[in-house]
Write a protein of this length. Structure first.
Length: 56
């Protein structure tokens, strides 16, 4: 019974980790797209120059 529980727990951890990593890859892709769009579509400063679209 013990080894069966260990195998099931290990499978659950690996599935959860794989799902979390897959989700993190999609989040990273979405953030990269938003960053690229913000970089491309940034406005101009009143003095004529380009300004940063982020505050930091």
């Amino acid at each position: 019974m013990g080894p069966l529980l260990i195998v099931l727990l290990l499978a659950l951890l690996l599935f959860g980790g794989g799902f979390a990593l897959h989700l993190l890859w999609w989040v990273a892709v979405i953030v990269l797209v938003v960053w690229a769009l913000g970089f491309v579509m940034r406005g101009t400063h009143p003095s004529g120059g380009r300004h940063r679209w982020y505050r930091w």
